[in-house]
Design a protein around this ligand. Structure first.
Ligand SMILES: Cc1ncc(COP(=O)(O)O)c(C=O)c1O
Length: 355
């Protein structure tokens, strides 16, 4: 479109479609093939697939870079983390997603690199650590404590020192945060969450700005074989067509529920970073009370994962692998697109059972 940068809503709907030629489909079809006719970008399906291209184009356009799809968010994270030079230094948030921390600790224990954990919302501590690192792994907001990092300050620190920056953008999505604009080299997604949005897809992605970084991640994906299925990328592309609408609605619901929770006597605190669809809160009565209410709800689903159209909640420490830094009683509420008063009635009814 001449003279004007398209808005994210338009990109989400219009990007990644097949060429407008007579008889061509509007949507990128699901290509089920292990081999492709030679002469194109990929001859073998571990190297590429036309259905992946559509998802990658939409996400890349939204983030302002080039995206590569992976079989899961963890596969995407692994591809980035495996680029750290042997015996290098990796900085990561103490409260990052448990699976990512598990991977980082595993690599550190095997002697691949030194791992330095930081409180990512403590900017001076984070900046100091970034300046001495080969890779700064930043998750913001963190899962589940919702700590927010100062991406601009981290970007400037990395500029001075030459550290690479990877940002897990799963919670914010490119509609609320575009880390490549703040100096990030890699943006990582669990596309299983808000991007797909319907709790039916396992998928990850890495987005890069620089060709060398793109080529390095592409090579790792091919080597690891951590490739997505055609159906998963089709569903994720379809889900992303409505990302802006789902996010706006779920975010409005989350803001309202956080405000109401903050006024309730049985709620010790409710934390919400001001954007996104996730709330973290604790209730009086500790972990037992948290377990009780999360199992009583009739609309909110007691389930792990997040970012779907349906609201879900759980006490995170019910998972033995969850970091000790996460309070025992913390409930992570992923707010969906239901009617906010129906959600509130569900929460109020559960809280009433505590008294
Ligand atoms: C913030 C964050 N990053 C990464 C992951 C891993 O993604 P996946 O489960 O798609 O492998 C998750 C999963 O919950 C997550 O919440």
């Amino acid at each position: 479109m001449p003279g004007r940068e398209l808005s994210p809503s338009t990109i989400a709907v219009a990007s990644g479609r097949p060429p407008r030629e007579p008889g061509r489909p509007l949507n990128s079809p699901i290509t089920m093939a292990t081999a492709l006719v030679p002469g194109g970008d990929a001859e073998y399906a571990r190297f590429g697939n036309p259905t992946w291209d559509s998802f990658e184009q939409i996400l890349g356009d939204l983030e302002g870079g080039r995206a590569l799809a992976f079989s899961s968010g963890m596969a995407a994270s692994t591809a980035v983390i495996d680029l750290v030079p042997l015996k290098g230094t990796v900085v990561a948030p103490r409260g990052a997603y448990a699976g990512t921390l598990d991977l980082l600790h595993d690599r550190a224990r095997r002697g691949y690199f030194e791992l330095v954990l930081i409180d990512v919302d403590n900017t001076p501590e984070t900046v100091n650590a970034v300046e001495a690192a080969d890779l700064a792994w930043i998750e913001t907001p963190t899962n589940p404590a919702l700590l927010v990092a100062d991406l601009a300050a981290i970007g400037q620190a990395a500029d001075r020192s030459g550290a690479a920056i990877a940002v897990d953008n799963t919670f914010a999505t490119p509609l609320r945060q575009r880390p490549l604009n703040s100096g990030a080299d890699f943006v990582v997604h669990s596309a299983s969450k808000l991007l797909s949005g319907h709790s039916d897809v396992m998928l990850g992605a890495v987005v890069t700005k620089d060709k060398r970084a793109h080529d390095a991640i592409h090579r790792r994906r091919t080597m690891m074989g951590a490739v997505p299925g055609a159906l998963e990328t089709f569903l994720a592309a379809r889900g992303m067509r409505t990302l802006h609408v789902r996010l706006d609605r779920a975010e409005a619901n989350a803001k309202e529920l956080h405000a109401r929770l903050s006024r309730i006597r049985q709620v010790v605190y409710s934390r919400y970073p001001g954007f996104g669809t996730i709330i973290a809160f604790e209730v009086a009565g500790g972990p037992e009370a948290a377990e009780k209410i999360t199992q009583l709800s009739e609309i909110i689903v007691h389930a792990t994962s997040l970012g779907g159209v349906e609201s879900t909640w759980e006490r995170r420490r019910r998972h033995p692998a969850e970091p000790q830094a996460v309070p025992e009683g913390l409930i992570r509420l992923s707010v969906g697109i239901e009617d906010v008063d129906d959600l509130w009635l569900d929460i109020e009814t559960c809280l009433a059972a505590l008294t």
